[in-house]
Design a binder for this molecule. Structure first.
Ligand code: ATP
Ligand code: MG
Ligand code: ZN
Length: 251
């Protein structure tokens, strides 16, 4: 590399990266000196630096690789035990995930049913299936509303995500205020044709009382209704294998 007295010549572009002497903007102790020798950069160096900065920014813009709570990160369709009572919900969820690229109208999934019937499991399986290709957001509705009450929760990530999972809708303490917040999210996503997956303990007929007419109307009118009526898997799992009935419909 050729060097001039003031700097060096860039081997790529031939421009001199010259050294300049800059005085300190404020007087400094004598030991520090009056100023510094600095090297100004040629375009190659500037371009390289801009590229690195862009790469770093692009990396930061990617949502955290797994939006799901730890306990849900491993839930898949493969480890879901299919039974007569959950077959329709299983197949509907699986199909929704498989056809996700074709969803253009914002039509999502509404998983309703008794506790422990696998609603959150299926919602998580959908999210796990899609999260590598799409931006997926997950919220536990009661906690989200609690957070919104006490702090300023940015809605943008919830509205912008390709898929939003709203887990346990209706079990929050319902007030006019919470219903209004829900409407903003539900309606905000619908108006941009972004699908949402809901889970709830409430039967579609009772949902209106919990979330209000306007939210309920959107939920029922715009989502595939997958109701599960069957065995509580949590209780079944903890019963001794000899005493428990086969994992099958209760009614
Ligand atoms: N059919 C199934 N096969 C395998 N595991 C299941 C099945 N159904 C439920 N589970 C497991 O049982 C537990 C409870 O299921 P899940 O959390 O999905 O229930 P839920 O319907 O969301 O209940 P809740 O209404 O109380 O939220 C989870 O660990 C889930 O993985
Ligand atoms: Mg659940
Ligand atoms: Zn150069």
């Amino acid at each position: 590399m050729r060097r001039s007295r003031r700097g060096e010549i860039c081997p790529d572009c031939g421009v001199e990266r010259h050294k300049i002497y800059k005085h300190h903007p404020i007087p400094m102790p004598a030991a520090v000196g009056k100023g510094l020798w600095l090297v100004t950069d040629c375009d190659c160096i500037k371009k390289e630096r801009a590229l690195k900065r862009a790469q770093r920014e692009a990396m930061l813009a990617i949502p955290p690789s797994n939006p799901l709570p730890l306990a849900l990160q491993g839930k898949t369709f493969a480890d879901f035990e299919v039974n007569p009572f959950n077959k329709r919900a299983y197949e509907g969820s699986e199909q929704f995930a498989r056809n996700f690229a074709k969803v253009k109208d914002g039509k999502g999934v509404m998983l309703s049913g008794d506790p422990g019937t696998g609603k959150t499991h299926l919602a998580a399986a959908i999210a796990n299936e899609l999260r590598e290709k799409y931006s997926v957001a997950f919220v536990y509705v009661p906690l989200l509303l609690e957070k919104m009450r006490t702090s300023n929760v940015p809605l943008e990530p919830l509205l912008a995500a390709d898929l939003l999972i709203m887990d346990d809708l209706g079990s929050e303490r319902g007030t006019e205020w919470t219903q209004e917040r829900l409407l903003i999210i539900v309606d905000g996503r619908l108006s941009n044709y972004k699908p949402t997956v809901f889970t709830t303990n409430y039967h579609p007929n009772d949902l209106e009382k919990r979330v209000g007419t306007r939210v309920a109307s959107r939920l029922l009118g715009n989502n595939l209704d997958l109701h599960i009526s069957g065995t509580d898997y949590r209780l079944w799992k903890t019963a001794s294998p000899s005493s428990r009935p086969p994992f099958s419909p209760l009614r």
